[in-house]
Structure formats: structure tokens, C-alpha cells
Design a protein around this ligand. Structure first.
Ligand SMILES: NC(=O)C1=CN([C@@H]2O[C@H](COP(=O)(O)OP(=O)(O)OC[C@H]3O[C@@H](n4cnc5c(N)ncnc54)[C@H](O)[C@@H]3O)[C@@H](O)[C@H]2O)C=CC1
Ligand SMILES: CC(=O)C(=O)O
Ligand SMILES: [Mg+2]
Length: 394
């Protein structure tokens, strides 16, 4: 009860406020920050739109946009109830990477309307972080916005999660002495996070990867109304395993949960291969209670901060936007995402790796700086940076 009261108190009046960079103390200050002085600044931008990066908050500001349809694992709880998470994401942007972020919760679930609203908001921002928008709408919303805007658009639940899982799994496999090419991986929950995680792991060399959702293992013999599952079936489950999670988890080396609480049973864990790796990442309640699973697995991770090995997109989104904003990137592309995953795993020296330390702590200051540099370099190399961080303006 005491903790609940503390949490509620911490949220009284929200978690964010606006502060000024320069005080406004007299009429002279007023005439500079506001009219008439400000008109000169507006005219400079009107003549050269790129000046918006130098003369406004665009340079360092990201919109955190949600429609409240897939808020953590709480589901479609609506835009007002989503706000504490979006404020939290904005607070983390500031705390970890000094990025100013504005939480925006939209009272619409309509794909076209969300796209139109975000496009209309874009001039204000240097980047758009989409958050907790349910699948499959999130795929089209992100793809269209990436194509139609000249600032980075990044759906955190897809790519932030995939980047951190890839970093954590590569390290966990090192601890277990296994190769990603040889292991059997089961991903439970084939939504925004599950699809992106699967694709990134396949790109990193995984071969035997099986996705499971409520109706069981996704496979290419089944007919799916959801076209994203038909596409997914074509690139996964090479040995055509069919059945429930309990069926396909048998002999698996790795379980990755991005689904719902308590869907993985102890018996399932006991049926996995030797030295199993379990990433139970549903928030706030994981797919299996770590206290139950941990004694029976080699590496246990959750999305939470109160257990070791926190696999959470908080390790990625502050640094990836820091890098993208600093080089004024027009996009966050696959090369930048891979660079971010490598940067996160590189924070831990191989000699330091162990079962309870496969992923750096969110408070480790090396995380954001390594991601920032790696992402900005990848942006320059792949031609999406407007500024080169190392040698000045392109
Ligand atoms: N630790 C982390 O960094 C992150 C964790 N997550 C967690 O992953 C979960 C899913 O998030 P999103 O992909 O954004 O949501 P989403 O709504 O796009 O996808 C969820 C998927 O899980 C499936 N699912 C639900 N219950 C299931 C069950 N009992 N068995 C199998 N599949 C089931 C749904 O059918 C859906 O396909 C949430 O709990 C969220 O908190 C998501 C992103 C990051
Ligand atoms: C961590 C996060 O973004 C989620 O659970 O949705
Ligand atoms: Mg999220």
C-alpha cells in the first residue's frame, strides 16, 4: 500500500513541466523573445526552412505519439489512460539523452486520421516516436509516415524492442556457448514487438524461429485473415511445427515473450533444451514469474527494472534519437538499428558477461553515448544524415 501511495503521489499533476532556457525579467527581454524581436527570427526561417533546426526547439524535440490501443500489456485503455506511460517515455528521453519530448495521446484509432495528424504536427519536431499503437495498424502508420516525412519516424515497440532483444540475446547465447544459427527460438505474441524482434533475429542469423500467437504456431499451411501473419509464416517456422505454445516450446533453446502475463508454464520451461534462455518481456506482468522460472533456466530476463537483465526498449530509444537528432537524420534505417544493437551489446566486455549481466543497465552512461555515435555514423554512411557528427556539416 505504501508503494502504491508513493507511485500515485509521484504522478500528481503529471511528471513533466516546461522550463525556460532564458529568463524573461524585463520589457527588453520581452521584446527580444517575443514581439517585435521574434519576427526577425520567423522571417529568417520563412526564407530558409532549414533554419528551423537552428532557431527553434525542433532540433532537440521528439513527439511521443500514441492512440492508447496497446499500452504496455494493458491493451486498449484509451488515450487519457495512456498518458502516464507517454509522459514516462518523455521523462526518460530527457533523463537519459537530454532529448526534449512531448507526449501526445490521440483520440482516434483511424489509420488515415493518425497519419494526417502526425504529418500536420511534424514541422514542430525533429523526430516522431510512435508508442503503444496496436498491430496491425502500427505497421501502415509507421511505413506511411516514414515515406511521407523528412524526419525520423520510429515505432519504439517494434524496433526499440527488437534492437534490445537482439543485443541481449547475442550476449545470452555467448554465456550459454550457443550459436544463433543453431538454436531453436520461440517468439510468443506476434504483434508489433514480436514481428520486429523476429525479423531482426533472422537478420542476425537465426534460422529455426517459430512465432506463436493465441491460435498457436504460425505456419505457412494455415490461412490468415491478417496479411502480416501470412507474410510472417513465409519467413519463419522452417520445419513446419504446428500446435500450441506447449507443443512447440519442446526442445527450444530460447523463449521470447512479448504477449501477455502467465502464458508460459513451468512445465513448458522444463521441456526446453539444456541451458534455456527465457526473455519474458510482457509489461507489467511477464509471461512467467521470474521467481518460478529462474531456478530452471540458464538466463532469465524480463522487461522490468526490479529484476536482473532488464530487456526493455528504454535502453534504445533515448540513444537512437540522440544520434538521429544530432546528425539531423531524415530517417532511422536498418543500418542505424543494427548499429544501435551492436552498440548496446558492446557495452559489456565479454569477460564481464554472466547469467545475470547480459545487458547493460539503463543507468549506465556508456549506453546512450555508444548508441549515439554508432547511429550517427551509420546514418552518415547510409546517406540519411544532414550533418556529419565527426567532421562538421555535410
Ligand atoms: N520489454 C519491452 O521493452 C517491451 C515489452 N512489450 C510487451 O509486449 C507485449 C506486446 O506488445 P505489442 O507487441 O506492442 O502489442 P500488440 O498488441 O501489437 O501485440 C500483442 C500480440 O500478442 C498476442 N497475444 C496476446 N495474448 C496472447 C497469448 N495469451 N498468447 C499468445 N499471444 C498473445 C496478441 O494476439 C498480439 O498479436 C506487451 O505486454 C508489452 O508490454 C512491448 C514492447 C517492448
Ligand atoms: C516497454 C514498452 O514500450 C511496452 O511494454 O510497451
Ligand atoms: Mg511500448
Amino acid at each position: 500500500m505504501e508503494l502504491l501511495e508513493e507511485i500515485m503521489l509521484l504522478h500528481q499533476g503529471g511528471k513533466l513541466e516546461t522550463t525556460l532556457k532564458h529568463p524573461i525579467l524585463c520589457k527588453e527581454d520581452l521584446s527580444k523573445v517575443y514581439t517585435p524581436g521574434v519576427a526577425k527570427v520567423c522571417q529568417a526561417i520563412a526564407q530558409d526552412q532549414s533554419q528551423a533546426y537552428e532557431l527553434t526547439t525542433k532540433k532537440n524535440t521528439v513527439a511521443v505519439v500514441s492512440d492508447g490501443t496497446a499500452v504496455l500489456g494493458l491493451g486498449d485503455i484509451g488515450p487519457k489512460a495512456a498518458m502516464p506511460v507517454m509522459e514516462g517515455k518523455a521523462a526518460l528521453f530527457k533523463q537519459f539523452a537530454d532529448v526534449d519530448a512531448v507526449p501526445i495521446c490521440l483520440d482516434t484509432k483511424d489509420t488515415e486520421e493518425i497519419i494526417a495528424i502526425v504529418k500536420a504536427l511534424a514541422p514542430t519536431f525533429g523526430g516522431i516516436n510512435l508508442e503503444d499503437i496496436s498491430s496491425p495498424r502500427c505497421f501502415e502508420i509507421e511505413a506511411r509516415l516514414r515515406a511521407e516525412l523528412d524526419i525520423p519516424v520510429f515505432h519504439d515497440d517494434q524496433h526499440g524492442t527488437a534492437i534490445v532483444v537482439t543485443a541481449g540475446l547475442l550476449n545470452a547465447l555467448k554465456v550459454c556457448g550457443k550459436d544463433i544459427k543453431d538454436v531453436k527460438i520461440v517468439v510468443n505474441g506476434i504483434g508489433a514487438a514480436g514481428i520486429s524482434v523476429s525479423k531482426m533475429l533472422l537478420h542476425a542469423g537465426a534460422v529455426n524461429l517459430i512465432g506463436v500467437d493465441r491460435e498457436g504456431a504460425i505456419n505457412r499451411l494455415a490461412d490468415y485473415e491478417r496479411s502480416h501473419w501470412s507474410d510472417y509464416a513465409q519467413i519463419t517456422n522452417p520445419y513446419l511445427e504446428i500446435g500450441s505454445l506447449s507443443d512447440v516450446i519442446k526442445g527450444a533453446d530460447v523463449f521470447i515473450g512479448v504477449s501477455a502475463p502467465d502464458v508460459l508454464k513451468l512445465e513448458d520451461v522444463l521441456n526446453m533444451a539444456a541451458d534455456p534462455i527465457v526473455f519474458a518481456m510482457a509489461n507489467p506482468m511477464p509471461e512467467i514469474d521470474p521467481a518460478i522460472a529462474a531456478p530452471h533456466v540458464r538466463v532469465m530476463a524480463t522487461g522490468r527494472s526490479d529484476y536482473p537483465n532488464q530487456i526493455n526498449n528504454v535502453l534504445c530509444f533515448p540513444g537512437i534519437f540522440r544520434g538521429a537528432l544530432d546528425c539531423e537524420a531524415t530517417d532511422i534505417n536498418d543500418d542505424m538499428k543494427l548499429a544501435a544493437a551492436e552498440a548496446i551489446s558492446s557495452v559489456i566486455d565479454p569477460s564481464e558477461l554472466h547469467e545475470n549481466y547480459i545487458i547493460p543497465d539503463a543507468f549506465d552512461p556508456r549506453v546512450v553515448e555508444r548508441i549515439r555515435m554508432a547511429v550517427a555514423q551509420a546514418a552518415s554512411k547510409s546517406g540519411v544524415a544532414r550533418k556529419n557528427l565527426l567532421v562538421g556539416v555535410n
